[in-house]
Design a protein around this ligand. Structure first.
Ligand SMILES: C[S@@+](CC[C@H](N)C(=O)[O-])C[C@H]1O[C@@H](n2cnc3c(N)ncnc32)[C@H](O)[C@@H]1O
Length: 209
């Protein structure tokens, strides 16, 4: 059972701060966002898939002040903690498959950050295929996930993901993620890769269409 939403409500007006501090234990969201900007300096239409409550979306809105941003998630809490200008940012509770059907080839930057380990293994290829068909011909996917490693921080991350979110999570090795992406996007589609502080478990790929 997921205990996250119940526990977090107890923090009342401090929930946003606590959520940010908690996320910062595992990944430096500021560094993650500046890496996106370094790899993709220009983007006009951005889609964030699995945006959660909007922590990364908030950084995207700041770093791409002229872009239109669509941020989607399957949770009804989509975008709930976003604190920024919503004029150019649209949060929608929907699936990437639905977006792929209505807006094929429309986004020049898609972000998929810490989502794939929440998606059942049997459904990952279908999700990536939908991402692929939603990207514009010269578009880029920024993919980020957490690599499985047998270290204390990994087990802490696993426990919090498993019991706070309630999802049946399954982390990949970096190589497994690369193979999955190559299977959908093509053998030479990963054009850059990096680790993101503070833990080497955090890895990111820039993927071309
Ligand atoms: C750990 S959160 C990551 C949130 C945000 N992307 C970030 O990096 O801060 C994982 C999110 O993936 C979402 N998710 C899981 N399966 C999904 C799917 N099939 N499609 C879209 N979002 C999904 C969950 O609802 C959750 O909000």
């Amino acid at each position: 059972m997921a205990i996250g939403a119940t526990v977090r409500r107890l923090f009342g007006p401090h929930e946003r701060t606590v959520a940010g501090l908690y996320r910062g234990l595992f990944v430096d969201v500021g560094r993650l966002s500046s890496l996106i900007r370094e790899w993709m300096p220009q983007a006009e239409k951005i889609l964030e898939v699995g945006c959660g409550e909007g922590a990364v979306t908030e950084q995207l809105a700041r770093l791409y002040p002229n872009a239109d941003i669509m941020a989607i998630d399957i949770t009804p809490r989509v975008g709930r903690l976003f604190n920024g200008n919503r004029d150019r940012v649209q949060f929608v509770e929907t699936t990437i498959q639905a977006v792929a059907a209505t807006k094929p080839g429309q986004f020049d930057l898609i972000i998929l950050s810490d989502v794939l380990h929440h998606v059942p293994i049997a459904l990952r290829e279908e999700l990536l295929t939908a991402v692929h068909s939603t990207l514009a011909p010269e578009g880029r996917l920024f993919f980020k996930d957490w690599e499985r490693r047998f270290t204390p921080i990994h087990w802490l991350g696993y426990a919090s993901d498993r019991w706070i979110t309630g999802d049946r999570i399954h982390y990949l090795r970096k190589q497994e993620a690369a193979e999955l992406i190559a299977g959908t996007f093509g053998p030479d589609s990963i054009i850059a890769e990096a680790r993101v502080r503070p833990w080497n478990n955090n890895f990111a790929f820039l993927v071309q269409q």
